[in-house]
Design a protein around this ligand. Sequence first.
Ligand SMILES: [Ca+2]
Length: 94
Amino acid sequence: MNILIIPLVIALTILALIYLMKTGKIVDVNKNLVPDKVEKIVKETGRRVGRIKEELADVKSSAKNLVKQSKDVIDAVKGDKRKGPSKPSTKNKK
Ligand SMILES: [Ca+2]
């Protein structure tokens, strides 16, 4: 009995959505049977996921650099000379 109720509820929901779109209560300008609000949310979610991936890549890159620079600090404590290019002096700047 329960097996028959689930598809019935889904079918009724789809019919209700189609009715609401046809009567204009739910906006569907491009007539693809997907409410425009849902399309907008999906598009925005995709954009945000893309931005999060970009920022995570930046964090990963920075973390790698932090590890490398931390090793340089340990080398400096040991008395090793600087390996990378020397930084411009900040003294006597005016
Ligand atoms: Ca639409």
